[in-house]
Write a protein that binds this ligand. Structure first.
Ligand code: ZN
Length: 102
């Protein structure tokens, strides 16, 4: 990985950390941090790490945190997976539970 991408990744990590810290006090600021993080990722053609992709709604791209603005249910039919309901757009995303590859 080149230096540009490494710096970008570092910034993304910081932004997600900040977003998580401020979401209770200032949800719109948290959304802004994540928007910037996604922009950085796109600008450097970097994919968001899996741990962060889970925190972004697949439909409306907003920052979602369980217990704050999304609901998580575990489904075991057709393979164990999580059903995440974004409380911002009301849509569901499915996430398989098994594949925890890097
Ligand atoms: Zn959404």
């Amino acid at each position: 990985m080149d230096a540009t991408k490494q710096i970008a990744l570092q910034r993304i990590r910081t932004l997600f950390r900040l977003a998580r810290e401020v979401i209770h006090e200032d949800p719109s600021l948290a959304q802004r941090y994540v928007k910037i993080a996604r922009k950085i990722a796109m600008g450097t053609k970097l994919r968001l790490p899996r741990e962060y992709r889970r925190l972004v709604c697949r439909h409306c791209k907003s920052f979602i945190l369980p217990g704050v603005n999304c609901r998580v249910r575990i489904q075991s039919r057709r393979g164990p997976h999580l059903v995440v309901t974004c409380l911002n757009c009301g849509k569901h995303s499915r996430m398989p539970l098994k594949s925890r590859e890097k």
